[in-house]
Design a protein around this ligand. Structure first.
Ligand code: 5GP
Length: 191
């Protein structure tokens, strides 16, 4: 998605060889118009999959997942992050390391909002090691729902998450793929 690449070049800040700050468009300030365009793009890619619900993890995935769910005309569910060890009985819960916070958090979705009749599209902002995605996939599987695929705004291909998910046979689509952040420069696939 050329427009997104351009925004990343203009407004993204390379924090290190591993981390790209996208606070100006995705993770702190949100550009609603760009979000809706990206939501439309994901909706088009997954339109024939019979999606019944879009699922993401709070908080950075919510805006793009909302845009996608709106375009598909289905509800959005965001997994909540909770730091307690005590899982409530009607909650499906997984423990995942947080890439940016350097801590472990529990993510959870109520059984009330996901069932074996669902065809789920997982949407998220950025994929690095894939821990958040793996946690959510486990929750979806435990609910007995079907995961039709994953839509990710920014894939950092030099980290292993996206390809590990693909190797599980899951369709994972990214809007842009970054192959390196070395030297303070964002390098995209196909550049
Ligand atoms: P993973 O679980 O795939 O290692 O990391 C995914 C989550 O960590 C994403 O939802 C995203 O919020 C955050 N994250 C991972 N890498 C980056 C990064 O380079 N920049 C920012 N801003 N967030 C990141």
């Amino acid at each position: 998605m050329e427009k997104l690449k351009q925004r990343i070049v203009e407004d993204g800040v390379v924090v290190s060889d591993q981390v790209l700050k996208l606070d100006a468009l995705l993770n702190h300030q949100v550009d609603p118009q760009l979000m809706m365009e990206m939501g439309k793009e994901f909706a088009e890619r997954f339109r024939n999959e019979g999606v019944t619900r879009v699922v993401t993890v709070e908080s950075s995935g919510i805006s793009i997942a909302f845009a996608t769910a709106y375009e598909l005309g289905v509800p959005l569910i965001f997994a909540r992050r909770k730091k307690t060890l005590l899982a409530e009985s009607d909650m499906l819960c997984e423990r995942v390391p947080s890439f940016t916070k350097g801590i472990v958090t529990d993510i959870m979705i109520s059984r009330e909002f996901i069932s074996e009749n669902d065809r789920i599209l997982f949407i998220d902002d950025i994929i690095a090691n894939g821990d958040a995605a793996r946690g959510l996939i486990k929750i979806i599987q435990r609910a007995g729902a079907e995961l039709v695929g994953a839509g990710i705004v920014v894939e950092k291909a030099f980290q292993l998450g996206a390809n590990a998910i693909r190797e599980q046979g899951i369709r994972l689509e990214s809007l842009v793929v970054i192959t390196s952040l070395e030297g303070g420069k964002v390098t995209f696939a196909n550049d």
